[in-house]
Design a protein around this ligand. Structure first.
Ligand code: SF4
Length: 212
């Protein structure tokens, strides 16, 4: 099975109650050959509308951080643990994330076989690592996911959007260093891979609004 086949199956998924409150599952975007994969929490309102992961305000901030770390969205791959937008954008609990992650994310990772994964935020960290891990304590440290991949966690961009002043500056630098470390490890393991295009990708030109 390749990602195209998986996407067709994902679009028909109706395995949990999240499906009834969203437009449609949101899969992944990027280069399936990428040695680095970014895993976020789940789609928000803009992501659900456009059918693209990390396209809303969080995604815009991620794109800036990637650019600073010499990566562009078309050259990496971004996805989420949960594929359907939870009602009122609430944070999914561990069991909910586990259910969708095992159904879809694990299959994506099996197909892509990334050299390096970056977990964005606590939900991704708990899913890929363990529920005891904490983003504030464990970000920036390498660990092996239970699926067998090298992973480093950093703050989810949505968290940065809630910070101000000195806290924001410190967190932005932390994210920059985490991304740089992840990119360097991926570059070592996939020599010659181009992580960056000449321009940032305008995802709103590639994806169009969907409706219920
Ligand atoms: S959240 Fe995941 S498991 Fe639930 S319906 Fe959507 S794709 Fe299927």
């Amino acid at each position: 099975m390749d990602l195209k086949d998986l996407e067709i199956e994902l679009n028909n998924c109706n395995q949990c109650s999240f499906r009834k409150d969203c437009i449609s599952p949101v899969g992944w975007y990027g280069n399936p050959e990428s040695p680095i994969v970014f895993v976020g929490e789940g789609p928000g309102g803009v992501e659900d509308e456009y059918g693209c992961p990390l396209i809303g305000p969080s995604g815009q901030l991620l794109d800036k951080a990637l650019w600073a770390a010499k990566m562009t969205r078309d050259r990496v791959l971004a996805t989420n643990v949960i594929k359907c937008r939870p009602k009122n954008n609430r944070t999914p609990d561990v069991a909910e994330a586990d259910f969708c992650g095992r159904a879809w994310l694990d299959k994506e990772l099996q197909i892509i076989q990334p050299k390096v994964i970056v977990a964005l935020g606590g939900v991704a960290l708990h899913y890929l690592g363990t529920s005891e891990m904490r983003i504030t304590r464990d970000r920036g440290q390498w660990f092996r996911t239970r699926q067998g991949f090298d992973c480093i966690a950093t703050y989810h961009p949505a968290f940065l959007l809630r910070l101000y002043g000195k806290q924001l500056v410190t967190a932005k630098w932390d994210v920059f260093h985490d991304l740089e470390m992840a990119r360097n490890r991926a570059a070592e393991l996939a020599p010659g891979y181009q992580f960056m295009s000449e321009e940032k990708v305008d995802l709103f030109k590639l994806f169009h609004k969907r409706s219920m």
